[in-house]
Design a protein around this ligand. Structure first.
Ligand code: GLP
Length: 261
């Protein structure tokens, strides 16, 4: 995997937005896999600025959701479908018809998960999947000890993740659903390019385990080590526990300009 250390969250957002813009120039109907949480926001803001300036055309772009709470109505402000409409589709000018995601309100949750996996395959697969990381190393909502070959399915959140996400529910952990649908780790690994973005000191341990630890289900993000094109973009604070930080800086500084991430 490639590790890129950037000065701050804004620079990380710009780097990833540039990669998405380059992809859209090469493939205007690319399927972008998007993540929720605070970390990806600078990416969406930087890409929206490029759309506004006319540097990139998103009119044919397609967007796929990574995960969803079970039981929140689709129009609940914190359902990930609503969050992505607000933070991604509207600012990037992408039509709701170009969006795909699992149905968190389905009566038969597993059937909804299977249908979503099929839909992703029929759409030709995700071209670039943006990922955040949980403080426990989760990607999507694949909590520690998730199968590394898992498909989209229902998961139970750890108490830590519910506490971490309570800030989106008026700080009230009781309002955070216990159950979620998430693309499985095996599903995520099918995307052509994985880009994991992590910022802030709170992610430093998870980043070190992801990049320099063993491939192990206890740190779901470590599965990225098995992907032929995975890029981990971290700010200085999130990179603080990487033993090979100097090597990562050296390789990126000497990369040919044309190569991109
Ligand atoms: C949630 C999402 C993840 C995200 C994580 C980290 O659990 N399901 O996809 O990576 O939060 O969020 P943040 O970027 O806000 O730290």
């Amino acid at each position: 995997m490639e590790v890129v250390i950037v000065p701050d969250a804004k620079a990380g957002g710009e780097l990833v937005a540039d990669a998405m813009a380059q992809l859209l120039r090469r493939k205007p109907d690319a399927l972008l896999g998007v993540a929720t949480g605070s970390t990806p926001l600078p990416v969406y803001q930087a890409l929206a600025a490029q759309v506004c300036s006319g540097a990139v055309d998103t009119s044919r772009a397609r967007v796929a959701q990574l995960d969803e709470y079970v039981g929140l109505p689709a129009d609940h402000p914190e359902s990930y479908r609503s969050v992505l409409r607000r933070e991604v589709l509207e600012p990037l000018g992408i039509a709701p018809a170009s969006f795909m995601g699992p149905d968190g309100t389905a009566e038969d949750v597993q059937a909804a998960c299977d249908a979503y996996d099929r839909q992703l395959g029929e759409a030709g697969g995700v071209d670039l999947q943006l990922l955040g990381i949980g403080t426990d190393g989760h990607i999507g909502f694949n909590e520690p000890c998730s199968s590394l070959v898992s498909r989209t399915r229902i998961k139970t959140l750890t108490e830590q993740t519910r506490k971490d996400n309570a800030r989106f529910f008026d700080g009230d952990v009781e309002q955070v659903p216990h159950h979620v649908i998430t693309q499985g780790i095996g599903t995520i690994l099918e995307a052509r390019h994985l880009v994991l973005l992590a910022t802030g000191a709170g992610k430093a341990d998870a980043v070190a385990a992801t990049v320099e630890g063993p491939v192990a289900a206890v740190c779901p993000a470590s599965a990225l080590q098995m992907h032929p094109h995975a890029t981990v973009v971290v700010d200085e604070a999130a990179a603080a526990k990487l033993e090979h930080a100097d090597y990562f800086r050296y390789t990126f500084a000497h990369k040919p300009d044309w190569q991109g991430i």
